[in-house]
Design a protein around this ligand. Structure first.
Ligand code: F6P
Length: 326
């Protein structure tokens, strides 16, 4: 028999579509198993300040298809301090909370790991970030929706690029990783994809684009990951403009629209699966782990492992792109 009776759930870091579906799954699975659930608003900030709300089944009705997070999110500086974490622990103790489910990315899990160690509190992480940059899971919640959003936006930009015979540099999010850029580049048939994991050589890019123009391409799309070492879409576009004044170049930075919108069916299913898995892991006396998906199956990955290891992009996608781009 498990001793856990009341759990807290929070979302932290950058929001991602599907976080609500994960909250719903955590709340409903907990209630199904006769646990009480407290919703913690504003991530770890809310844990420190006692911004709590008891969650009923009704509280999570009609949220599976909504973007953002009903619990709000924050990046808490105070939780990085011992004093902040002590306040958070006191709030949990005062409210009889025995365990936590945290939904977020690596920053969220780093905080969770220390907190769990310091106060011996079971904490389970659910990967929620559009960046898909977490080791130990094939997908993070929000990644698929962001790819669909980007694909729709770039398809539209392609229409106007074609009409004017223009070359577009489109910057996508992903922090310091190229997962978002690589997949969205393939999905949109981009002429080139620039990611931080591969050095960008201007000459290589030039010959790529020139080949396209020789092949009578009427437009060009270059997807640039925000973390690309060449300095982002504006910088690389400027350099290209200097060398090729004959190209009609434009830049588009997609920005935070990539984080919004209704989650895709894939993200909803992943979020639901991982939400259930997180609560079941707590009932199974697990602590300090992330629940992830590998080859379609749920996995349990110690926070230590997911924080210390770097997930690698699939370089085979670069090969696929090379075959298909020109
Ligand atoms: O981690 C998600 C993410 O959207 C990154 O892709 C991006 O670098 C960052 O968050 C942006 O953060 P903020 O919303 O604080 O500007």
């Amino acid at each position: 028999m498990t001793r856990i009776k009341k759990i807290g759930v929070l979302t932290s870091g950058g929001d991602a579509p599907g976080m609500n579906a994960a909250i719903r799954a955590v709340v409903r699975t907990a209630l199904y198993n006769k646990l009480e659930v407290i919703g913690i608003r504003q991530g770890y900030e809310g844990l420190i300040n006692g911004d709590f709300k008891p969650m009923t089944s009704y509280e999570v009705s009609n949220i599976i298809g909504k973007g953002g997070t009903i619990l709000f999110s924050a990046r808490s500086k105070e939780f990085r301090t011992e004093e902040g974490r002590k306040k958070a622990y006191d709030q949990m103790a005062a409210n009889d909370m025995d365990a936590l489910v945290v939904i977020g990315g690596d920053g969220t899990f780093s905080g969770a790991r220390i907190f769990s160690q310091e106060y011996n509190i079971p904490v389970i992480g659910i990967p929620g970030t559009i960046d898909n940059d977490l080791y130990g899971t094939d997908y993070t919640i929000g990644f698929d929706t962001a790819l669909n959003t980007i694909t729709e936006a770039v398809d539209k930009i392609r229409d106007t690029a074609n009409a004017h015979n223009r070359l577009f540099f489109i910057e996508v999010m992903g922090r310091d990783a190229g997962f978002v850029a690589l997949r969205s580049g393939i999905a949109t048939g981009a002429e080139a994809i620039l990611i931080p994991e591969k050095e960008t050589h201007l000459q290589e890019l030039e010959s790529y684009l020139e080949k396209g123009y020789q092949n009578n391409k009427s437009s060009g799309i270059v997807i640039v990951a925000e973390g690309d070492k060449s300095g982002g879409a504006y910088t690389i576009a400027k350099e290209m403009e200097k060398k090729h004044p004959e190209y009609d170049i434009r830049v588009s930075v997609l920005g935070h629209m990539q984080r919004g919108g209704a989650p895709s069916a894939f993200d909803r299913v992943t979020a639901s699966t991982l939400g259930v898995a997180a609560v079941e892991a707590l009932l199974d006396d697990q602590k300090s782990i992330m629940v992830g998906m590998v080859n379609g199956e749920v996995t349990h990955v110690p926070f230590n492992k997911t924080i210390k290891n770097k997930k690698s992009v699939k370089f085979s996608y670069l090969h696929i792109h090379e075959m298909l781009a020109l």
